[in-house]
Design a protein around this ligand. Sequence first.
Ligand SMILES: [Zn+2]
Length: 189
Amino acid sequence: MQNPLLGVLITEVPIALKYGIVGAILGHEIGHTIIVQNLTDGFYPYFSEDVKNCIQDQFSETCRIYKEYNCTVEDKNFDENGSDIFGFPFAFERLKQIMGEKIHDKIPGSRLGLTHAQAYFHLVFSIGCWPHDVFQVSWIPHSASNIRTNAGVIQSPEFENVFNCPKNSRMVQSRKQFCHVLGEDAPQN
Ligand SMILES: [Zn+2]
């Protein structure tokens, strides 16, 4: 099978698909440069107890609703959890900056009739289909794949509008609150 990471880099693939995998992963990795629990790592650390609690609460709630087999939210998962909650909405915002309102147009030729914004989230969800044990190794304690994607994308303020999710849908209900990691709404660290 062709590696999906390489497949989306083909020039003619719509940019929303590239952002949905490569952009989301880069967003996650950028998250690692500011969400660092271990202050000896040499990065510039961002640390706020409020944000930490918000991130871990979101993962706990997503686990409660979407648990498949393994769902623990521990301190050791914080860096990875925070990078997902920062990174997946961050990549969507960058895509929106590039595309503007066109992000809500249908992708020409899309068999599923997806808009660019919907395609972005579909590709992020595809990360959740990767085998859990790819990510859950002792030295990189990611949460379970399906939990990562659900907790990360629901922190995008536009998610429910993009899919017309009712307020009482499971996904919308799974959002505890928005976790403001950076920006004017973020708490002081
Ligand atoms: Zn990571």
